[in-house]
Design a protein around this ligand. Sequence first.
Ligand SMILES: [Zn+2]
Ligand SMILES: [Zn+2]
Length: 142
Amino acid sequence: MRISRKQTTPSTSQRRLLLRLLREESGHLTARELYSRATEHDAEVSLATVYRTLRLFKEEGLIDEMRFGGCTCRYYEATRPGNHYHMLCRQCGRVLEFDTPAVGELMAEVERSCGFKVTGVEICLEGYCPDCAQKEAGKSDQ
Ligand SMILES: [Zn+2]
Ligand SMILES: [Zn+2]
């Protein structure tokens, strides 16, 4: 008797599609967001395939996996050269990015004063994005 196992190994075209979607997004997708986008192009893609592919991409260094604040969902983005840091809107859940030379200066300062060799940094600021901040301000005006 053959046990039929559900095929979760992504086909080459599915792999290509998922990577393209991650790169096109130039932002941060959860597995479910990526899944819903992928099914618009390929109805055969399953959520299991998406999870599996994300794991492979991560192992291959093609994407970064992030978890913000107390949020249990993971966000994924295509890796790209250069540093950037994240801002998480507590209202709408959008993830925005920023970069500032101040972070490099901070790392250099820490290396100098603590003798700690910094190899990476993760920064996530929490707050309200411009849209949500404006809405909040509007509310308190009334
Ligand atoms: Zn990012
Ligand atoms: Zn917002």
